[in-house]
Write a protein that binds this ligand. Structure first.
Ligand code: ATP
Ligand code: MG
Length: 191
């Protein structure tokens, strides 16, 4: 299996690049944000519980997200690899993921982080909020809250994988094609 984490702050372009990468490399896309939004649309119990966290820019509790990832993994065991997008978002999630993969005799090959300035991120998210229907993108206060959460809770994930020698940072500003090319260069060297 080849397992990749695409890492970066809200609005850094993880979703856009993931769509292309899963197609090129035949990986299964695991986006916890997409899974949670699906649960909300389906009005499941999990979705109802997650909605308030998401709308206020907070993280959904670890046990909920980890449970969701476990069951997604079980459903796609035969995949040749996974692209994790928006997960892990806390140190506890990173540990849970490492343990899950180890129990399947596999591991994270690499983490690639997209580097984008906060000014550019706010612009992109407010712009996406106009058309996406995502309430968490429509309000600048919620967007700023998500950055604060990213700094406090998610940046330790970068440290976790840096310590493991599995972390690469690339520029996340430029054209979608340029960024995709930088991603492919790193992946081609490891796959
Ligand atoms: P990007 O624009 O780069 O794709 P994003 O931050 O806009 O990133 P999502 O990854 O879709 O969007 O996440 C949206 C919201 O869903 C988060 O703000 C959070 O509330 C919740 N969420 C998603 N993934 C997780 C996770 N792993 N742990 C906890 N909460 C999560
Ligand atoms: Mg996303």
């Amino acid at each position: 299996m080849f397992n990749l984490i695409l890492f970066g702050p809200p609005g850094s372009g993880k979703g856009t690049q993931s769509d292309r990468l899963v197609e090129k490399y035949g990986l299964k896309h695991l986006s916890t944000g997409n899974l949670l939004r699906q649960e909300i649309n389906d009005k499941t119990e999990l979705g109802l519980a997650a909605k308030n966290y998401i709308d206020s820019g907070k993280l959904v509790p670890d046990q909920v997200v980890i449970g969701m990832v476990d069951s997604f993994f079980e459903q796609h065991k035969q995949a040749r690899g996974f692209l994790f997008d928006g997960f892990p978002r806390t140190a506890a999630q990173a540990e849970a993921l490492d343990n899950l993969l180890a129990s399947k005799q596999t591991a994270i090959a690499t983490v690639i982080a997209l580097d984008v300035s906060e000014e550019e991120l706010v612009k992109r998210l407010l712009n996406r909020g106009k058309s996406s229907g995502r309430s968490d993108d429509a309000d600048e206060t919620v967007i700023r809250k998500r950055f604060a959460v990213y700094l406090a809770e998610t940046s330790p994930v970068a440290t976790h994988y840096k310590d493991a020698g599995k972390f690469e940072l690339i520029p996340g500003e430029g054209t979608v094609d340029q960024i995709f090319e930088s991603l492919c260069l790193i992946i081609d060297a490891k796959i």
